[in-house]
Design a protein around this ligand. Structure first.
Ligand code: DC
Length: 228
């Protein structure tokens, strides 16, 4: 049996930073499912396909192969038809496109088996929007990680400023609220907290506090499961 930890939550809640660190501590494989949706979105952008053009997107899906590779330090690389696209997927443009195209059933179906297979083969820490509710409904531990839209916008603003990029806090918050709405209101596998997920609101927590909270939840559950 393999352990699986599902961490779901809205954009900018700090999922990937936290998930990467916890996976490292526990020796689990980290699966960033958002990166997979971003790789597919990059493909559509490169092809000039409109994110709302469902017909063209469905026709293109059989020609897209997303896979994951890991470097020696455990860092995840995302491959799009064999090309390592990791350096190109972290832009706002790709993120916004991913939010739109991930609502299309053919796009979700293209990734579901790959994600489930990974959890069958290894101990995984998988983060995304629908991991606890849909991809791994029997995950050993489910976390719903959130923070207020203001706090998430402030974190993103700081990151962009540190990179020397021009940005406005109000615009970033508006974008975050729009993305939340898109991710939560789509018909298929919308973002929501699974009934058996532990809610962690990181608005007033440091990264270390969140990591410690999740690791403590995992250890508590493991102990409890052994006793049973
Ligand atoms: O976590 P992220 O910002 O890298 O994700 C980009 C988009 O991909 C997000 O807006 C919604 C989509 N996504 C999804 O629909 N399901 C997932 N499990 C992960 C991401």
């Amino acid at each position: 049996m393999h352990y699986s930890i599902a961490i779901d939550g809205p954009a900018g809640a700090g999922k990937s930073t936290i998930a990467r660190s916890i996976a490292g501590q526990l020796g689990f494989i980290y699966v960033d499912t958002g990166a997979m949706y971003r790789a597919i979105a990059l493909h559509f952008l490169r092809k000039g396909i409109d994110g709302h053009d469902t017909v063209s997107i469905e026709a293109e899906c059989p020609h897209i192969k997303v896979s994951l590779d890991y470097d020696e330090a455990g860092g995840q690389q995302v491959l799009l038809n064999g090309e390592n696209v990791t350096p190109f997927i972290r832009t706002e443009e790709v993120g916004n496109m991913a939010s739109v195209t991930s609502a299309i059933p053919a796009v979700r179906a293209a990734l579901l088996d790959l994600q489930r297979d990974m959890a069958k083969r290894s101990d995984v820490l998988m983060d995304g929007r629908d991991i606890g509710t849909h991809v791994l409904p029997d995950a050993f531990l489910k976390i719903y990680l959130t923070a207020s839209s203001r706090v998430r916008a402030e974190r993103r603003y700081k990151e962009l400023k540190e990179k020397g990029l021009a940005c406005h806090l109000e615009d970033i918050e508006r974008d975050i609220i729009l993305r939340d709405r898109q991710d939560m209101s789509r018909e298929i596998a919308p973002l929501r907290q699974a009934e058996d997920a532990v809610l962690v609101d990181s608005s007033d927590m440091s990264i270390e506090e969140v990591i410690d909270t999740v690791v403590a939840e995992f250890n508590k559950k493991k102990q409890h499961t052994t006793i049973l």
